[in-house]
Design a protein around this ligand. Structure first.
Ligand code: ACO
Length: 385
């Protein structure tokens, strides 16, 4: 559905702004027809195999790969800032344990603005510190809420562990197997950035008002929480559970297609082929399962991919990033309601890259609309309604 906009050079309204450029950006590029994703011009496959999440975050945010010294300094600073203030922990203790971890994360991310409130967006040192604090503290806050909702104290970051391993440690109080930590780090790299998706757009709109970066990240977290965006991988596992066995897959797909319902983990606004991130994740799933044993859901997932491809492939409906990520996280022992917060831990890198880019060429977002209401409607007094 499209319609014309009166008194405007733009002639069409497109629901969901599909295909409408919202900005110019050099952060990342998606080729949805050929299934290619590049961060700062570098193919995702290369980064997934050769880089680490923090190096990739540096690349996204500062625009170039760091030297050895720059990377070491960045990692050391992030390690130093991983702790969160006891007042933030005290605030989090008051959150209901039944609350969703994304709501807890959004609230905690916004609360950082109370503690680091001196906004100085024209000061490069302020920008650098905000970047470090957000990358460092978001994983700690996710893990702290998870411990607290189970009645435990938050586990302090372990200075001997790197970014990914430390997060898994704070969740479980056990140092993870190096393969688990490595795979988790690659998952973070895969989720770090993806052009102007809904949460990044939300971050950019908030950034364009020149508010503080903690508000920028908090608004993006709120947007990521929805089931059509970051929340889908949680739903993929419920779906695999509901399907229950390979024999039920075809009937499940038929029922969804007949009822015009979405099958979670499939479809993408940009990709009309299999999401390149899904391909890499599937490889990781295989590697993990070969070492630690297969998950019964995996066979169902493979059959589902085959059946959906047969029925909906012509429409460009293929697995997206969320289809296999849930299986990896489940194998790593991560509860399903933490899948989207983990997505946020990774995507903070992309949000911050776009925040910085927005500040460098800022104009406040103020789109227009197609008004569909009436005019000159008389006010009806209360007594006559
Ligand atoms: N299952 C079945 N059919 C689908 C699916 C799906 N998952 N996704 C799209 N379609 C169909 C639609 O029914 C529609 O068919 P029609 O033209 O016959 O009416 C057509 O494909 C286009 O679908 P839209 O909803 O218009 O596509 P849009 O680009 O708006 O939506 C979205 C993309 C939201 C991702 C959608 O595919 C979806 O809801 N998928 C399931 C949720 C999901 O996995 N989200 C994660 C996305 S990745 C991420 O955000 C990190």
């Amino acid at each position: 559905m499209t319609s014309t906009i009166p008194n405007s050079n733009l002639c069409e309204y497109k629901p969901g702004l599909e295909g409408i450029p919202a900005t110019e950006s050099s952060v990342s590029h998606v080729d949805g027809i050929n299934g290619i994703l590049e961060y700062r011009g570098i193919r995702l496959e290369e980064l997934a195999h050769k880089s680490s999440f923090l190096e990739t975050a540096y690349l996204l945010i500062w625009g170039n790969l760091p030297s050895e010294q720059q990377l070491q300094d960045f990692q050391t600073e992030i390690l130093y800032h991983r702790r969160i203030k006891y007042r933030i922990r005290d605030m989090m203790k008051c959150f209901p344990e039944t609350g969703h971890p994304m709501d807890a994360l959004q609230t905690s991310a916004a609360a950082l603005g109370l503690f680091y409130s001196r906004r100085a967006l024209d000061n490069p040192e302020y920008i650098r510190r905000a970047v470090v604090r957000l990358l460092a503290k978001i994983p700690t806050m996710v893990a702290a809420f998870h411990q607290m909702r189970r009645g435990n104290d938050a586990i302090q970051p372990n200075d001997d562990l790197d970014y990914a391993a430390n997060f898994l440690y704070m969740l479980t109080e056990r140092s993870p197997h190096p393969l688990a930590a490595k795979i988790f780090d690659v998952c973070l790299t895969l989720h770090a950035e993806h052009t102007i998706n809904a949460s990044t757009f939300s971050a950019m709109v908030t950034a364009s008002t020149l508010t503080d970066p903690y508000a920028v990240v908090a608004s993006a977290v709120g947007t990521l929480a929805g089931p059509l965006h970051g929340g889908a991988n949680e739903e993929v596992l419920s779906m695999l559970d509901e399907i229950g066995s390979i024999e039920n897959v075809a009937a499940y797909v038929d029922e969804k297609v007949a009822g015009k319902q979405k099958i979670m983990g499939f479809g993408h606004r940009v990709y009309k082929v299999k999401d390149p991130r899904a391909n890499i994740l599937q490889g990781l799933v295989e590697e993990l399962f070969e070492k630690t044993g297969y998950d019964p859901y995996y066979k169902i997932a493979l059959e589902l991919e085959k059946v959906v491809e047969g029925k909906l492939g012509a429409k460009g409906i293929y697995p997206n990033v969320d289809f296999y990520s849930g299986l990896v996280y489940r194998k790593l022992g991560i509860p399903s309601d933490l899948f989207t917060p983990i997505f946020a831990i990774a995507r903070v890198a992309g949000w911050l890259a776009h925040w910085k880019e927005q500040l460098n060429m800022n104009r406040i977002f103020r789109p227009t609309q197609v008004y569909t209401g009436g005019h000159n409607i008389p006010y009806i007094p209360m007594s006559e309604r």
